[in-house]
Design a protein around this ligand. Structure first.
Ligand SMILES: [Mg+2]
Length: 235
């Protein structure tokens, strides 16, 4: 970052709105909830189009690549009802996620508003936040329905989210495991935190994004980082 860069990130002590991705960010990727959702998506497509598993799987991954989410592909190409789809795929067992009193405490101490911004549904977010024991720490959930079914990293819902929730991006920080989803946040002037992952699709070099200026902080494990941060800037 050079001295002339007008997008130098705001120090974390100056942040008053925290925007957290949900899946694989607020709980570890090792909980593997997405494997269940992924499986339910394949089942949905297989049942809907009467396809064998392998073909349903191939189609699902094609939609994800072409449209950013499987849902977007199904809506665009087949006019699928998004509520029906989400109710089906988010009907999963969240017990692999462990309740986290540490995370709850860190969020309580961290000053400022907190928003969950997810490509999933409110119902899924509510389930996971309740399981983690942190539901009471968030002021709002901005889900895929609020976003008009336009997923991250399309820049339009980011602009809509900050407008709807009165967020000043120069005083906001976004925390996310999929590096490319931080590109629009940084472009708006937010400070960004990438929760490191080994998954190829989430890494900064995926899709030619590069190890660019859109990642201001990178952390291996959200909870110890947040505990330390909330201890230094918190109440
Ligand atoms: Mg995520």
């Amino acid at each position: 970052m050079t001295a002339t860069d007008t997008r130098s990130p705001t120090p974390l002590s100056g942040i008053d709105v925290w925007i957290f991705d949900l899946d694989n960010t607020l709980y570890p990727a090792s909980s593997n909830l997405f494997a269940q959702i992924d499986q339910r998506m394949t089942e949905f497509i297989g049942e809907r189009f009467d396809l064998p598993w392998d073909e349903a799987r191939r189609r699902q991954k094609q939609y994800f690549r072409d449209y950013g989410t499987t849902l977007r592909g199904l809506m665009t190409e087949h006019d699928i009802d998004p509520i029906e789809f989400m109710d089906y795929v988010h009907n999963i067992d969240v017990t692999p996620v462990s309740p986290s009193p540490e995370l709850d405490k860190a969020l309580e101490r961290l000053p400022g508003r907190k928003i969950v911004y997810t490509n999933g549904s409110c119902r899924h977010a509510d389930n996971v936040l309740a399981r983690l024991g942190i539901a009471g720490r968030f002021d709002a959930i901005y889900d895929i329905v609020a976003a008009g079914y336009v997923p991250k990293p399309d820049p339009r819902p980011y602009a809509d989210m900050i407008q709807k929730h009165g967020v000043d991006p120069s005083r906001a920080c976004m925390v996310e495991d999929i590096a490319r989803n931080l590109v629009p946040a940084a472009a708006l002037g937010m400070t960004t935190v990438w929760v490191r992952t080994e998954a190829d699709y989430a890494r900064p070099d995926h899709g030619g994004v590069g190890h660019g200026d859109h990642i201001h902080h990178a952390v291996d494990d959200l909870i110890p980082w947040l505990v330390e941060l909330s201890g230094s800037v918190g109440k």
